[in-house]
Design a protein around this ligand. Structure first.
Ligand code: MN
Length: 250
């Protein structure tokens, strides 16, 4: 039996979707992209694995710790942010995968959208598993196994975060709770790294970004009433489920 070009392209398309599209279903479900400047997708590029830590002043201030893995960003919300002190284990709540392009996002997520608030790129760089694996593909195979096993050991090459860290799933606590722990190495210090509070991209603090007139943000506040109310309901429901309160900024 011969396969035509149309069938072949369809086949490739479906597989492309399965590989790159499916992992972000939950991420997309929570957002209305007409109303938020957050990215919808993106492809991983480069021979090294990337990481980003975004400081996010939402209903509660937290840091989003994201590791590139298999084309998406594995993501944890870290209420107190990473620490360079091995004695300070930081709670890290695993959240849904984010699209690769999210690592470039800083700006303002408009009120009424999921995660409404201000975002800066607090740190970024590359990372690798501590265990020897030189080539990116081999590293990802190793890391995915470690992720599923609930124990990831990495070496970070950021502007703020440097050296070895572990992410360990905890038992007996809430589901999805992990700990982010600095290993003892030459980069370990008791100095409070959160005092370095500026974006490594724009040099802006959260407050600076809030005041920045050219910050990426919601372009239009016009929408059809039916869509608007549906979105509002959805957002509220999500927030309630996660036990968060909507903060009024006005
Ligand atoms: Mn966040």
């Amino acid at each position: 039996m011969r396969i035509g070009i149309v069938q072949l392209l369809k086949f490739i398309g479906i597989n492309f979707y399965i590989t790159f599209g499916m992992g972000l279903t939950e991420y997309k479900k929570k957002r209305t992209f007409r109303k938020t400047p957050e990215p919808t997708g993106g492809r991983a590029a480069g021979s090294e694995l990337q990481f980003v830590v975004q400081k996010h002043d939402a209903s509660r201030l937290h840091y989003d710790f994201r590791l590139e893995l298999k084309g998406v960003l594995k993501s944890w919300a870290v209420p107190k942010g990473p620490s360079m002190n091995p004695a300070e284990k930081r709670l890290a709540m695993l959240v849904e995968d984010h699209p690769f392009d999210y690592k470039n996002f800083e700006g303002i997520i408009p009120e009424g959208n999921y995660g409404a608030g201000t975002v800066i790129i607090w740190d970024e760089g590359t990372y690798e598993p501590i265990e020897e694996a030189v080539e990116k593909n081999a590293q990802e195979v190793h890391l995915l196994k470690a992720f599923k096993a609930g124990s990831i050991k990495i070496r970070m090459h950021g502007k703020k975060l440097k050296g070895e860290f572990a992410l360990v799933r905890t038992r007996g606590m809430e589901e999805n709770s992990w700990l982010l722990i600095k290993h003892r190495d030459k980069f370990a210090t008791e100095n409070d790294i959160s005092k370095k509070n500026k974006s490594v991209v724009s040099g802006k603090t959260i407050e600076g970004m809030m005041k920045y007139k050219k910050a990426k943000q919601w372009k239009s506040n016009r929408s059809t009433p039916s869509t608007s109310s549906r979105t509002q309901k959805k957002t509220t429901k999500t927030k309630t489920t996660r036990g968060r309160r909507l903060k009024s900024k006005s």
